[in-house]
Design a protein around this ligand. Structure first.
Ligand SMILES: [Zn+2]
Length: 114
């Protein structure tokens, strides 16, 4: 029997099967998985997890997976060198979203900021 995909017609109720977004568990394992062990700034092998909005400025930052990214040592040092500015935070949030879009993980992009 031959199946012709060119004549496939989606079911009328196709919207019902769209998957629901499940909030991830914000642990280290998830963060390493999310960024495929790559530095979000330079895409080299990551060695550490960074909070984009530093601990202390936002009490919930450490618990919020949207605020955590993996970095290499060099980019992590650069981020904290001379203090974390609003500009650095903005750049890293944009990089985070860019990496997620580029690696097919658009559902984890954060459009609201942290
Ligand atoms: Zn890096």
């Amino acid at each position: 029997m031959t199946v012709s995909f060119s004549h496939y017609i989606p079911p009328r109720n196709f919207e019902d099967v769209s998957k629901e977004f499940v909030q991830p568990i914000p642990d280290d394992y998830f963060i390493w998985w999310l960024f495929r062990r790559r530095c979000v700034m330079c895409s080299k092998s990551a060695t550490e997890i960074n909070e984009i909005v530093p601990r202390g400025r936002s009490k919930k930052s450490i618990l919020d997976w949207r605020n955590r990214v993996t970095l290499c040592r060099s980019c992590h040092d650069e981020f904290h060198h001379n203090g974390v500015t609003a500009e650095k935070i903005k750049v890293m949030q944009e990089k985070r979203n860019y990496v997620l879009l580029a690696t097919g993980r658009a559902e984890y992009v954060n459009y609201d900021g942290v």
